[in-house]
Design a binder for this molecule. Structure first.
Ligand SMILES: *[C@@H]1O[C@H](CO)[C@@H](O)[C@H](O)[C@H]1NC(C)=O
Ligand SMILES: *[C@@H]1O[C@H](CO)[C@@H](O)[C@H](O)[C@H]1NC(C)=O
Ligand SMILES: *[C@@H]1O[C@H](CO)[C@@H](O)[C@H](O)[C@H]1NC(C)=O
Ligand SMILES: *[C@@H]1O[C@H](CO)[C@@H](O)[C@H](O)[C@H]1NC(C)=O
Ligand SMILES: *[C@@H]1O[C@H](CO)[C@@H](O)[C@H](O)[C@H]1NC(C)=O
Ligand SMILES: *[C@@H]1O[C@H](CO)[C@@H](O)[C@H](O)[C@H]1NC(C)=O
Length: 505
């Protein structure tokens, strides 16, 4: 479990990018290598001749703004180019709103591509879309290739610096695009991006009139002795599909350990689980268990009601398909390993092209993992634990001291878990306004979400059949009524915020 506790949300960033329809290749984006006045005739490009599935080709242009690397002090005057994407084709220049995605820990084009909800509603709202890239991710690297070199270069990777970047960008857009000065800005975000969207409204209420914070586990940060219940939620997802499935997974850890005791057993693990690499050491056995744990975690996040594709596509309700392979209640030994292999096959081999399973790959690509490791070791300490009783996982208690040691070894930093409680108000957000917090109850991250409305204007929306920010994805014919209702609540709130900003309430 070496880095496991620290990789979870990075995983979720990448999964946030899971898409139904992707036409990334067909995007026309113009790269401009310096900050540009947006007013200089920015125009949407024609899609003529393009093959865009479902006519959902998403057209935007790419810009860069120069930002201070340190917004908070007066010693470091370095600057960097922050990337952002703009779609103006739906925008009403006479006060139409600006929908602003507060980018999270990954390449912003992924979030742009996959936050279909913003694209779906932009025409109705006559909104401009802006997707801002989080510093230290994608192309927005403050010190280029050296950004991750050491903590002197990496130390400006904080949520508050990112929020300041977004506030500066919003002011710049409003002052430089004719017509934008009177455009109310609404923040959107999912996962860590949802946390940023909520905090954007709390920290810069002059810049954004309201925020849609989807699957934003802001309350995973608050309490070092409460290790959250992400793994209980995952277990519930599996048990609801099949009690045998979660029971068998719970039993699997000891079985794997037993095979791991001998050389023959290790070889059996390799062949039965169809692994690419030999299993030689106890560490290799631990890696297998981490890989399976992460796979079950990921499946709970993407348990969407329709097939969603990422590097490889997944079937609709993938947990049902996975559990259809874990079916012999008393499977032990090799039979159990073979069932597990069939189960992960659903996740890693839906197209049938995988020759073997690579335990260093968890279908999360390369996005974000690294930077999130640093964020998790500084501000974003989100306790998690497993006990094997309330959940189906191998017991792994939350040991803060061990976590700190790993952070010091890996990054030469010591976490400051109390800081977000100060700067983002802990659990007392009653002074906030105009935020919708949405959570799907299948999503492990709902464990740290705001599940009850705080006031008339800080509203919780629950999507019982929803996985990780299902509501931010494009509409789909297989959407459950609860996500349609959630999107309607979100739209109603946005309308209210905009009307108020225009003085119509
Ligand atoms: C932190 O969580 C623990 C365990 O859930 C709980 O007993 C304690 O009251 C919490 N502390 C605060 C300050 O919320
Ligand atoms: C497994 O994946 C890792 C990371 O992508 C890669 O470096 C390695 O070569 C792969 N191993 C095999 C045997 O494919
Ligand atoms: C996903 O579902 C759609 C419609 O139900 C279907 O046309 C498509 O082939 C499916 N894709 C995959 C990869 O299964
Ligand atoms: C599994 O084992 C239990 C007792 O350990 C037994 O009661 C049950 O009938 C078995 N189920 C199957 C499907 O063999
Ligand atoms: C992937 O699927 C194909 C086709 O079903 C199968 O032949 C192959 O053995 C699978 N790969 C693994 C690693 O299970
Ligand atoms: C919560 O914040 C409000 C102000 O926003 C304050 O009046 C109240 O005392 C705080 N509650 C607690 C328990 O600190």
């Amino acid at each position: 479990m070496r880095t496991f506790h620290r990789t979870l949300l990075a995983v979720c960033a990448v999964l946030a990018a899971l898409c139904t329809v992707s036409c990334t290749e067909q995007f026309h984006s113009r790269r401009i290598r310096r900050p540009v006045g947006l007013g200089l005739g920015l125009r949407a490009k024609s899609t003529a001749g393009m093959q865009c599935p479902d006519n959902k080709c998403r057209i935007y242009e790419t810009y860069y703004i120069e930002q201070k690397i340190d917004h908070y002090g007066f010693i470091n005057d370095d600057t960097f180019k922050m990337r952002y994407l703009v779609a103006q084709q739906y925008w009403d220049k006479n006060g139409g709103p600006i929908f602003f995605y507060t980018g999270n820990e990954g390449d912003i084009t992924w979030f742009c591509d996959n936050t279909g909800f913003m694209w779906d509603i932009a025409p109705e709202f006559k909104a401009m879309l802006v997707f801002a890239e989080h510093r230290y991710y994608g192309e927005s690297l403050p010190y280029g290739k050296e950004s991750y070199m050491d903590r002197e270069h990496l130390g400006y990777l904080t949520s508050e610096q990112a929020l300041a970047d977004y506030a500066v960008l919003i002011k710049y857009i409003k002052s430089s695009i004719p017509g934008a000065a009177s455009s109310p800005v609404v923040a959107f975000g999912g996962s860590y991006g949802g946390m940023l969207a909520a905090w954007m409204r709390m920290k810069y209420p002059d810049a954004v009139v309201g925020s849609i914070a989807a699957s934003a586990p802001i309350w995973s940060l608050n309490n070092l002795t409460n290790c959250n219940t992400q793994f209980t939620i995952i277990t519930k997802d599996f048990t609801e599909v099949s009690p045998t499935c979660s029971k068998t997974i719970r039993a699997s850890w000891a079985v794997i350990d037993k095979f791991g005791l001998t050389a023959e057993g290790k070889e059996q693990l390799r062949t039965s689980l169809r692994l690419c690499s030999p299993v030689l050491t106890g560490d290799d056995v631990a890696v297998i268990k981490d890989w399976l744990t992460e796979t079950w975690f990921n499946l709970a996040m993407v348990d969407y009601p329709y097939n969603a594709s990422f590097l490889e596509p997944l079937p609709a309700f993938p947990i049902e398909v996975v559990c259809s392979h874990i079916k012999s209640a008393n499977a032990t030994g090799v039979a159990l390993l073979e069932e597990l292999a069939e189960a992960v096959n659903v996740y890693y081999n839906y197209t049938g092209s995988a020759k073997c399973f690579n335990t260093s790959q968890t279908a999360t690509g390369s996005l974000g993992d690294k930077g999130w490791g640093f964020q998790a070791c500084t501000e974003m300490v989100m306790p998690s634990c497993m006990d094997g009783k309330q959940d189906m996982f191998e017991p792994s208690p939350w040991v803060y001291e061990a976590y700190v040691k790993e952070c010091q070894a890996d990054w030469n930093v010591t976490p400051r878990p109390d800081w977000p409680i100060v700067q983002y108000w802990g659990k007392n957000i009653s002074a906030a306004s105009n935020i919708v917090f949405s959570n799907g109850l299948l999503d492990p991250w709902s464990a740290g979400g705001v599940l009850k409305s705080i006031s008339d204007t800080v509203v919780a929306v629950i999507i019982p059949e929803g996985a990780h920010h299902l509501d931010l994805r494009s509409h789909n014919k297989d959407d459950p009524p609860s996500v349609i209702a959630a999107r309607n609540t979100e739209k109603a709130n946005i309308k209210k915020w905009i009307a108020k900003a225009h003085g119509n309430l």
